[in-house]
Design a protein around this ligand. Structure first.
Ligand SMILES: [Zn+2]
Length: 880
């Protein structure tokens, strides 16, 4: 039943946005939602009754004649469905076609044709009920410990990307922006919050209250949120008049001032930079127990507690992470919420800008905590270049079906960090003023709307020289295809230099794609160039240029570093003379350049393009004056981690122990910047691992760190399924510092089997966990992962075949011996039905070439380590 009277009052067309709709499980485009009235009653919270009742009324425009209304619904039990024409309240009879669980669609067939001209706007009212789950999806429940450790229930939401449909029937696609008027009936003692400010509170006879919120601006379903909890809050007003609030459990009230201050400062900087107001009267940030990460719900952003609750003594690392996370989510209020991607294909538009601005805003407000250039290099450039070396996806992913597990895989390093790096590269290429004007224009033109990448490109008006690509060409070159180039630099006579470009691949032999080329901004440093080409490009290599000879500003004795400030998203390879002059001058260069050179050298060595001797020489140069930036890059798992694993040399391990000791000495007990704190964490991690390898060699059994005690299976299970990345990282650190002969890998295997048997993670999420496990220490975690994957039938991995393939690809590049290669080959044969036809031959070639490289190179490298007396560097300096 629906109420006709309310009907006529509410029926006015508010906003029409025609969504971009294609096939592949997407909603049909003949009806368009305009407004939701959502009424939810969850009065049992706190009484162990987690059911809730709902009533949603959706005003829908008929865009073209149809006899169907199709929307999303998962798990809501429908009690009644009513359709009425708005104009006169005429009831439209209909039948409910079966809900389609696989497609998550709810299909309503009307008995007569709905006419665009005659019916115009109809209202669909659905009464339903449901129960708050515990899976951190939809409208769900969690808890914290209150006074006397009594569990206190919290009801909250997580809707991105496609979980609003789990909470109420809706048109759950990001291309639909509608207004929402939400009413929540809850227990009188609870704090109730949602996207918009409270309009009215009505006390009901049974001690409950009905909290009605103001109408929201037009927004996507994935940003809708509501919260019911025994929470407290602190508030302040931003200079632009937005009421900023931090909401948290009462015990944390004294620890919310830092985040309140940060949230206010970061919002002000964002509004100032973009020239755009938030468009909301309030912006709350809420600390949700066990939330894991953060989510940019418009006007009520959700965070894991660690990002908002900081005592006065909170470590600088925690404060830096809080600033970055609050900055990221605040940036989303404009990039993603105010101006949102029309489909998940363009997710990079919101995540790229949020990533870019988290550091820009953070470094501006907290320069001591977050040095911009260095933090960008370590946090985004290094991981994005690493991730994009594997066959992954371009930033714009088209076509993209409506399959939720597939959409979820896009929330990755490419979409976040690579997109952030590309935005920074474009910024430096066109200049800050032109970039800022373009960004302002983009937000202004599309305020409250939805966008595709073309809308962004069209927002920049830049007068370019003839030999420079247009802004659209710059973007498209890096956005529409995966991967990036390696630029080869060859010094010719005098100051002439030959530049070549080719797609970078992890292994020399895998270069099937040798045709991709990019518009590459070439920046450089020489002793004579006086810093003028370090950020803005001196010239561009075009997509048509495979090779180019250019005269640079330099003398023959100058050192030449290309892409010195890590602005360009590419790697650089030099000729022998170039590398030699770099090694000789390494310690005289700024640390950001050292980091780039070290990273490129290690990665090119791994791809077989230069010898590892070069990396070892660079390490020796850095050995006695480590700076956190090059040190962090050098110590990455993909760089020194890989070398240490394949070398298995006690001499090299002794060198590393000294190298790690230098970092402890330098950063001291309390790090000062994010990078120093990170360096200390990494140093501790390495120290534990090196200690473990010493135990294996039974030389020093007393240095086993206390954090390395065996871990019970149930604890491993809990850490693996935790949404909190830090919990998992702590587990990995514990597992990898144990001696290899301990039974931890089998504990891991037991835990993985238990997770699978009890369905504690979806296959997609499980594969993501395995990916992070391998990345953290392939030598240790690869064997149990392969063993575990061998027990999974192809039907189970099939629905997330992309993710499975990505995991296998990672494994293939980490295989170092014949026995492992045989196991991996067996695994691939078993799953050949869900892998592309060329996957197995390609993977086999990669593994064979890596193994033969090992057999040839490893003995030579061990000899180099021995002959160069690397291990004795610290002994000469008086270190142990
Ligand atoms: Zn984000």
């Amino acid at each position: 039943m629906c109420i006709v009277m309310l009907w006529l009052v509410l029926c006015s067309v508010y906003l029409v946005i025609v969504p971009v709709v294609t096939a592949n499980g997407r909603l049909p485009n003949n009806t368009l939602p305009l407004h939701y009235d959502l009424h939810l009653e969850a009065t049992g919270l706190g009484l162990h009754d987690y059911t809730y009742r709902g009533n949603v009324s959706i005003r829908i425009a008929i865009v073209s004649d149809t006899n169907e209304v199709v929307l999303h619904n998962v798990g809501n039990t429908l009690k009644s469905i009513c359709l009425r024409r708005c104009r006169d309240g005429e009831e439209i009879s209909h039948q409910l076609l079966e809900s389609e669980p696989a497609s998550e669609l709810l299909r309503i067939r009307t008995d007569r044709i709905l006419r665009r001209a005659d019916d115009q706007v109809i209202t669909l009212t659905i009464v339903f009920h449901n129960t708050l789950g515990k899976d951190r999806m939809g409208f769900y429940r969690t808890q914290y410990r209150g006074a006397k450790r009594i569990p206190m229930a919290v009801a909250t939401t997580h809707f991105q990307p496609s979980y609003a449909r789990l909470a109420f029937p809706c048109f759950d696609e990001p291309g639909f922006k509608t207004t929402f008027q939400i009413t929540i009936v809850a227990n009188g003692s609870h704090l109730v919050a949602s996207n918009a400010p409270i309009a009215t509170v009505t006390w009901l006879q049974d001690g409950h209250k009905a909290v009605r919120f103001e109408r929201t601006p037009p927004m996507q379903t994935y940003l809708v949120t509501f919260l019911i909890a025994n929470f407290t809050s602190v508030h302040t007003a931003s200079p632009s008049g937005v009421e900023i609030g931090i909401l948290a459990p009462p015990k944390d009230k004294k620890s919310l001032q830092f985040s309140l201050q940060a949230a206010t400062t970061l919002l002000s900087s964002l509004e100032e930079y973009t020239g755009q107001s938030l468009g909301l009267q309030k912006l709350d940030h809420v600390a949700i127990p066990q939330f894991g990460n953060a989510m940019e719900n418009w006007g009520l952003v959700a965070y894991d507690e660690q990002f908002l609750v900081l005592s006065a003594k909170a470590h600088r690392l925690q404060r830096a992470q809080a600033v970055l996370t609050i900055g990221h989510e605040t940036a989303h209020q404009l990039f993603g919420n105010l101006v949102g991607p029309a489909w998940w294909s363009y997710l990079w538009l919101s995540e790229g800008f949020a990533t870019y601005f988290e550091l820009l805003l953070g470094a501006d407000a907290y320069p001591d905590l977050l040095p911009l250039e260095e933090s960008f290099a370590v946090r985004h450039m290094h991981p994005a270049l690493m991730a994009d070396a594997y066959e992954q996806h371009p930033l714009t992913v088209e076509p993209l079906s409506a399959n939720t597990p597939e959409i979820e895989t896009l929330f990755d390093t490419i979409t976040y960090s690579k997109a952030g790096c590309i935005l920074r590269m474009i910024n430096c290429s066109i200049g800050e003023a032109a970039f800022q004007a373009g960004v302002q224009n983009y937000l202004e033109q599309h305020r409250n709307g939805i966008v595709t990448p073309e809308d962004l490109y069209a927002s920049f008006f830049v007068q370019q020289r003839k030999d420079t690509p247009t802004v659209e060409q710059m973007f498209r070159s890096w956005v529409d295809k995966p991967g990036y180039p390696v630029v080869t630099v060859e010094r010719l006579n005098g100051s002439f230099v030959r530049f070549r470009q080719q797609r970078y691949h992890n292994q020399e032999v895998t270069t099937q794609d040798i045709t991709s080329r990019w518009f590459i901004p070439i920046t450089y440093y020489t002793n004579s160039s006086l810093g003028q080409y370090e950020y803005q490009p001196a010239f561009w290599m075009k997509e048509t240029d495979q090779e180019l000879v250019i005269q640079l500003e330099m003398n023959t004795r100058d050192v030449l570093v290309v892409n010195p400030r890590q602005i360009g998203f590419y790697r650089v390879e030099y000729d022998e003379r170039g590398w030699n002059s770099i090694v000789d001058n390494l310690t005289t260069l700024p640390s950001i350049m050292q980091a780039k050179l070290i990273d490129d050298a290690f990665v090119l060595a791994r791809a077989g393009l230069v010898g590892y001797e070069l990396c070892l020489e660079m390490l020796q140069e850095l050995a006695t004056s480590p700076d956190p930036v090059p040190w962090l890059i050098a110590m990455a798992e993909e760089n020194i981690g890989y070398l240490q694993r394949v070398l298995q040399s006690a001499e090299f391990d002794r060198f590393l122990t000294g190298f790690v000791g230098e970092m402890f000495d330098l950063a001291g007990n309390v790090g000062r910047t994010l990078l120093q704190s990170q360096a200390l964490d990494v140093a501790y991690d390495w120290w534990s691992r090196l200690a473990a390898s010493f135990i294996e060699s039974k030389r020093e059994s007393s240095i086993r760190p206390r954090a390395c005690l065996p871990t019970p299976v149930q604890e491993v299970v809990q850490a693996l399924v935790s949404p909190d990345d830090h919990v998992r990282e702590r587990l990995f650190a514990r597992l990898k510092c144990l001696p290899k002969q301990s039974n931890e890998p089998s504990v891991l295997l037991l835990a993985l089997n238990r997770i699978r048997a009890a369905n504690l993670l979806t296959p997609g999420k499980l594969f993501a966990v395995l990916e992070s496990l391998i990345k953290s220490d392939p030598g240790r975690f690869l064997p149990p992962t392969v063993q575990f994957l061998s027990s999974i039938p192809p039907e189970e991995a099939g629905p997330v075949a992309d993710r499975f393939q990505r995991l296998l690809n990672l494994i293939v590049h980490e295989v170092t011996d014949r026995r492992q290669a045989a196991q991996v080959r067996k695994l691939m044969v078993k799953n050949s039905s869900i892998l592309p036809a060329n996957f197995l031959p390609h993977a086999s070639t990669v593994m064979t070439s890596t193994i033969s490289w090992h057999m040839k190179q490893v003995p030579k490298l061990r000899e180099f380590v021995h002959d160069s007396h690397m291990a004795s560097i610290y002994e000469r300096e008086g270190h142990q």
